[in-house]
Design a protein. Structure first.
Length: 227
C-alpha cells in the first residue's frame, strides 16, 4: 500500500493560549488522505477548518501533534525547508482568487514555476496547458480585472497546480460564486484533480459538492468525525 500523501496525528491548536480568553480550535485531530483521494472537509464558518488547512499546508504550526506529507515528518524542519516542501508539494486555493492584478492569467501561473526553478519556456508551456484544461486558454493574456469571477478562480486553480504538487488544499473554493458558476467551476476543479491524480482536501459547507468527493468528514467541536 502506498504512503498517504497527508497524515495528521493529534493536532491541537488554541488561540490566546494560557490566557483567560483561550480558545481551543483543534482538540487532537487525526486525518489521513490517501493518494488520489479527494476528501471533503465540512464545517461552518468559525469551526476551525481554515486553521486545519493552514496547519496541513505548513502555513501555520500546531501547538502539538504531527504533520507528515508524502511520508516526511515536518516536525523540527527549518522554516526554509518547510517553505521548500510547501512550494513543491502543496497547492492552495482560497475562496478569493488572490491573483496578482498587474500580471496576465498566464503570468500568474508562470510566476510560481519560475520561483521553483523552472525555465520560462517550460513554465509558459505548462501554464498554457493548464488553462486549456479548464477551458480558458483564450483568456491567457487577460489580466484578472478583465476576467469573470469564475474565470479568475479557474486561473487560481491552475496556479495552485503550477508546480505539480501532490496535495491540493482548498478553502471554500467556490464560496464566492453564484450557484450556477459555482457548479461549473467546481467541475473544472474536479477535472484537474482527477486528471492529474492529485490528493485533495477541500473545505466546503455545500453538501451537494461534498457528496461528489470520495469521502466526507466534519469538524465538530475541534474534532473530526465522519460526515
Amino acid at each position: 500500500m502506498s504512503e498517504p500523501v497527508l497524515e495528521l496525528s493529534g493536532i491541537e491548536k488554541s488561540y490566546n493560549r494560557d490566557l483567560p480568553g483561550e480558545v481551543a480550535v483543534l482538540r487532537g485531530v487525526d486525518l489521513t488522505v490517501a493518494r488520489s483521494e479527494v476528501v471533503a472537509l465540512v464545517a461552518p464558518s468559525g469551526a476551525g477548518k481554515s486553521t486545519l488547512l493552514h496547519i496541513a499546508g505548513l502555513l501555520d504550526t500546531a501547538d502539538s501533534g504531527m504533520v507528515r506529507i508524502s511520508g516526511q515528518d515536518m516536525s523540527g524542519m527549518s522554516d526554509n525547508r518547510r517553505t521548500a516542501v510547501r512550494r513543491a508539494q502543496v497547492g492552495f486555493v482560497y475562496q478569493f482568487h488572490h491573483l496578482l492584478p498587474e500580471f496576465s492569467a498566464l503570468e500568474n501561473i508562470v510566476l510560481p514555476q519560475l520561483v521553483n526553478g523552472a525555465s520560462r519556456s517550460a513554465a509558459d508551456t505548462r501554464a498554457q496547458a493548464l488553462l486549456e484544461r479548464v477551458g480558458i486558454a483564450g483568456r491567457a493574456s487577460h489580466r484578472p480585472a478583465a476576467l469573470s469571477g469564475g474565470e479568475q478562480q479557474r486561473v487560481a486553480f491552475c496556479r495552485a497546480l503550477a508546480n505539480a504538487p501532490e496535495l491540493l488544499l482548498a478553502d471554500e473554493p467556490t464560496g464566492n460564486l453564484d450557484p450556477g458558476t459555482s457548479d461549473q467551476v467546481f467541475d473544472a476543479l474536479m477535472e484537474l484533480v482527477r486528471g492529474t491524480g492529485l490528493s485533495a482536501l477541500i473545505a466546503t459547507h455545500n453538501m451537494d459538492l461534498a457528496a461528489r468527493m470520495d469521502r466526507q468528514i466534519r469538524l465538530d467541536g475541534g474534532l473530526l468525525v465522519t460526515a
